[in-house]
Design a protein around this ligand. Structure first.
Ligand code: MF3
Ligand code: CO
Length: 249
């Protein structure tokens, strides 16, 4: 069942979204050559406790940390480890979430560590623009296929590989609610979007093939060909005036 959130509920989700935006900003500011993933997880934990928010990632199906840290060829769900350390030229995806008064928010960004190669810049830029286009399609009367098609079209135009095995999702009193939101079309098909729906939209785009591989830790998802991947995510509510991004400062 897909629920339509009330203005009061959206107010809590906006507060949770603001905490998530702060987590991402603080983690990005702390990231740099020589910094470990475990240190970044601590930064995110500090923001949660300063804001009186809870983690929706920690212990989620046994997940052992507060954020996901996914460098280079890691697509999503990288576990922040003390022995994984950033280097100049890396790209890093951070996925973070928070709960306020029982209401969830979820967002992700990918950014460069120092100077990175041109293809990485184009990969991150394409994925960010794909999310922006998906958000624009998240309006009453459109269908989920319109949202997915916005990502798929942007990805294929850029000649990159689209990740199809992982999808966006509804969000509310749980991090993952119905519906699933694929990052592909066809346009004009699928669930009809209504005001009050809240979606976590999250395109994942690879430099090479879109195929994925799960590591033995049961969490870390990497590209099948070892090339790089980018991931951007926002939690977005459909209002009468159009989409409102909740995961902003
Ligand atoms: N935030 C991720 C998503 O977008 C989920 C993280 S999985 C967790 O759906 F185990 F790390 F929580
Ligand atoms: Co998500």
């Amino acid at each position: 069942m897909i629920t339509r959130k009330t203005p009061e509920q959206i107010g809590y989700m906006r507060r949770a979204g603001r905490v998530v935006a702060e987590m991402l900003a603080r983690v990005q500011a702390a990231a740099g050559p020589g910094v470990s993933m475990a240190e970044l997880d601590q930064v995110a934990r500090d923001v949660l406790s300063a804001r009186g928010a809870r983690s929706n990632f920690l212990n989620y199906h046994g997940y052992p940390a507060t954020i996901c840290t996914s460098p280079n060829d890691v697509i999503v769900h990288g576990i922040p480890r003390p022995d994984v350390v950033l280097a100049e030229g890396d790209i890093l995806s951070i996925d973070a979430g928070a709960i306020i008064e029982g209401w969830h928010a979820d967002a992700a960004v990918t950014f460069p560590i120092g100077e990175v190669d041109d293809e990485s810049v184009r990969l991150m830029d394409t994925t960010q623009r794909a999310l922006d286009e998906a958000i624009k399609q998240t309006v009453e009367g459109n269908r989920l296929g319109d949202v997915g098609w916005a990502v798929e079209a942007m990805c294929s135009e850029a000649g990159f590989g689209l990740v199809r095995e992982y999808v966006g999702h509804g969000i509310g009193t749980a991090m993952h609610e119905e519906p699933q939101i694929p990052n592909y079309g066809p346009p004009g098909r699928g669930l009809k979007i209504k005001t009050g729906y809240v979606f976590a939209l999250e395109p994942m785009i690879n430099a090479g093939t879109g195929a994925t591989r799960l590591l033995d830790d049961g969490w870390t998802v990497v590209t099948a060909d070892g090339r790089r991947s980018a991931h951007f995510e926002h939690s977005v509510v459909v209002t009468e005036d159009g989409p409102e991004v909740l995961t902003v400062a």
